[in-house]
Design a protein around this ligand. Sequence first.
Ligand code: ZN
Ligand code: ZN
Length: 276
Amino acid sequence: MPIIDLQPSFLVRPRLAPTESIRSLLHRLAVQNKLPLSMLGQPGRLGEATQIACELASAADWDRSELIQRAASASACESDQSDTCLRIGTALLGKRCVVGLQRRICPLCLVSTTWTPIDWEIRQNDACHIHQCMLADKCSACGASIAWLSHQHACDQCGLAWSNFEVRPASQLSSTFAKWTHSSVVMALRGIQRDGHSKNNGVRLEKLLLMLEVLRCEVLRQWLSPKLWADFGHVWSIQLLKDSDYRSWLWSEMFLHAAKDPMTLKKRCVRRDLYS
Ligand SMILES: [Zn+2]
Ligand SMILES: [Zn+2]
């Protein structure tokens, strides 16, 4: 019987918070154990963070199968997946759906907590669904980008605590989309599948993001001038998706018809009755 446990372990072993991402968990492990952050490589890089977290799983007492569902790189842990995918619960998304090296935070949430949720890493979501304020990706005092690794949860350049960053209110539509994103992330983590016909708030995460992108990039891009599209393409897409009849109709066009012939997607997704 071994007297000394040679298995490396950590003094503090943070538990996964309800919607926490793998990168946030890895960061907390480093901060709470006062580890040199350099030993974690570049945790902003999804593939690298996933590999490191999986390797540390048994020492940190983490459930590996749960870890790899937390906005983790699918290719880093499942060899049969394309390297463009990441996994959030039952949802598989393209990597461009999440922010890369740039971390984003809600200053008000970080007054009482140190973990950051998957919702804030979804690129299309720019607000906190609880406080209805914009997510910050830069220090409000000096403008430096927020780094994934920071020992103090503070700006690396001027030392301003993340929780003291200026709070900017979010628009109604950004707040609405933040709520949708949150409920879709929760559903994906719980393995609940609901399609675009659902009248409830809560569409499968990958479908929600796809509908938003089709509206923004295929439909509104045709309707609007480049300047208007750049300024309003995102929020007007959310406005259209708020109408459950429109959402349901778009869903049918995209998935029941256009799937047969993707080249006609643009034509099909312009609803003629809106102009008649
Ligand atoms: Zn918040
Ligand atoms: Zn700063």
